[in-house]
Design a protein around this ligand. Structure first.
Ligand code: DC
Length: 229
């Protein structure tokens, strides 16, 4: 029997990858995995334990004490991240973690550990995973690869609004700068930098609604899976 498909969704920060990945997974009956959440989990642990966000023997040995797991939310609607038996879904979305996650994600040992775990999750197929290196490195044989991008100002406005809804008031310029810094670190780091896989299809959603981008992605998936039959 053919393995269930793997859909890789990569792209810049705050492009709406997780929104699309979640909706795609739901529409196709696949599992959604937010690989960025795992880097955020490690970052939270580093913050809690005063570990510098750079390669060091201390950072490497801390990794053995970090056990990450996705569990269904109480209403069953979402996959939430837990670390060492504690739900950390809210903490990892805050600005403190956001401002430190890119340097932590650039530490080779951190990447090695998380990529190994991500590949285990995908061993049986059947998932949509979003991140930065999913189509290029984690699952180079993914059945469908999407590379998402959007105008930086539109991304910053969307993120500012998202933070506002959570009761956090950030200046647009500060969000714009945080996104630019993260893009820079993500695209220039030595190991598995963010780049478009040769066989990825670009989705610029600057001027698309949620519904339009989902329809676009569903058409692409249908096309690709038909060709792959
Ligand atoms: O998607 P996100 O913003 O939650 O990701 C948080 C950070 O983790 C982002 O700055 C880059 C890093 N990341 C990564 O390096 N590789 C991935 N597959 C996913 C995220």
């Amino acid at each position: 029997m053919k393995k269930a498909p793997i859909i890789a969704l990569d792209g810049y920060s705050a492009c709406g990858k997780s929104t699309l990945a979640k909706e795609l997974a739901q529409a196709l009956g696949l599992i959604y995995v937010d690989s960025g959440a795992m880097y955020r989990g490690v970052t939270l642990y580093f913050l809690q334990n005063h570990i510098d966000p750079k390669p060091s023997p201390e950072a490497t040995s801390a990794l053995a004490s970090i056990h990450l797991a996705f569990r269904k939310s109480l209403d069953g609607a979402a996959n939430e991240l837990w670390m060492n038996g504690i739900r950390i879904e809210d903490e990892i979305r805050g600005p403190t973690v956001s401002s430190m996650v890119s340097p932590v994600a650039a530490i080779p040992e951190v990447r090695r550990k998380l990529i190994e775990e991500q590949r285990l999750m995908g061993a049986q197929g059947g998932l949509v995973m979003d991140g930065r290196d999913i189509g290029t490195h984690v699952f180079p044989d993914a059945d469908v690869k999407i590379f998402m991008t959007a105008d930086p100002l539109i991304r910053a406005k969307r993120r500012t609004e998202e933070l506002r809804m959570k009761g956090e008031h950030w200046r647009l310029e500060a969000v714009l700068q945080n996104l630019a810094e993260r893009d820079h670190i993500d695209t220039t780091r030595k190991d598995q930098p963010l780049r478009q896989a040769d066989d990825a299809v670009v989705l610029d959603n600057s001027n698309l609604t949620r519904k339009e981008q989902l329809e676009w992605a569903l058409r692409l998936v249908e096309q690709r899976l038909r060709v792959g039959d």
